[in-house]
Design a protein around this ligand. Sequence first.
Ligand SMILES: NC(=O)C1=CN([C@@H]2O[C@H](COP(=O)(O)OP(=O)(O)OC[C@H]3O[C@@H](n4cnc5c(N)ncnc54)[C@H](OP(=O)(O)O)[C@@H]3O)[C@@H](O)[C@H]2O)C=CC1
Ligand SMILES: O=C1CO[C@H](CO)[C@@H](O)[C@@H]1O
Length: 343
Amino acid sequence: MAKVQVKIPTFKLKSGEEIPAVGFGTWLGLDEKLEFKIKDAPKMLEAVMYAIDVGYRHIDTAHLYRVEPEVGYAVRKKIEEGVVKREDLFITTKVWQHNHKPEDVEASVRASLKRMGLQYLDQVLIHWPMAISEEGVDEKIDYLETYRGLEAVLKKGLTRYIGVSNFNLDQMKRLLANCSVKPTSNQIQVNLNLLEDDLVKYCQENDVLVVSYTSFGSMISSRTSPGTPEPRWDSPIMHEMSKKYGKTASQIALRFLYQRGIATIPKSLTPSRIIENASIFDFNIDEADIATLEKFNCGYRTECPVFFQNYTHYPFDKVENININEVPISLRKWKNGANLDIE
Ligand SMILES: NC(=O)C1=CN([C@@H]2O[C@H](COP(=O)(O)OP(=O)(O)OC[C@H]3O[C@@H](n4cnc5c(N)ncnc54)[C@H](OP(=O)(O)O)[C@@H]3O)[C@@H](O)[C@H]2O)C=CC1
Ligand SMILES: O=C1CO[C@H](CO)[C@@H](O)[C@@H]1O
């Protein structure tokens, strides 16, 4: 059992759902050879168990991440040990882009449940609005159809809630105008570099929780190359605020999002960071500092699949004159491999 335990509050939606304000991310990324860092899956298993011991109750995973078996094992183990009950946890997984046909959605969710050894999920998201097949993006499949597949899965009791990820403002408006069951959340990249004010405001006004991924933005050193915007971990502003609040730059980045009503799902395999990222509920960033932090907003995205940008359901602004060879190679593999070799 972890020595430190943190009580993580929830965000309560008007519709009654409650989602922890900080959850645990499980994407391991790709290695230098562009293979899934599957060799680190045992570390992820340990990390998820540790996170549950510390007090995390939301675990965010996906078919894509290839660690559903480890996540499921860790969850079952902690239930067996009596650390948590199944109903204390909020487990999210996602339907990857090659399963967008409505009839494939249920099969995808059932396969996730089987890999995890669980009876039900708490939330299932459409991972991206674009569908892909072996040939690349499949324009024939509209995300509204995919969402109908998710609504059917909900009716069957395979999951308690459904939602989306990487949906932009227009896609959210269209979805909300056409769905029978409202999405519980939209999981998007939002951080100090990318405030996404309009999208966040629309979601919040419509009782859809915004969940941030890549919450540290440009502060992660592996994402930093010349030209990457501020802040860094050791930028003078972050340094000053760290001193003032007695918190790390990462805690300030996460707290900033919390104070905007946005949940986060930081990933870490490092025990001290797992505790650090959950320990953001005992301080408050004052208004003047919030205004200072907001100045980092510059529309910068870390990795983003620009090679899909000419397709109808690509969610982001188009980048002009993009040279595909300048796109990070991991992303090129996503394009070329269509589905990142998901079985
Ligand atoms: N819906 C979507 O399309 C996407 C969803 N996600 C989800 O969001 C989660 C989080 O996003 P992700 O992009 O993984 O990255 P994060 O923004 O959580 O950053 C993870 C990296 O930051 C390091 N790190 C974590 N905490 C700290 C800290 N306190 N100080 C310094 N370094 C730290 C980790 O290192 P270490 O592990 O070595 O400690 C790791 O290298 C994912 O795991 C996934 O669940 C992510 C991307 C896209
Ligand atoms: O969830 C995810 C993890 O990271 C990948 C690469 O950046 C994303 O594309 C994907 O959506």
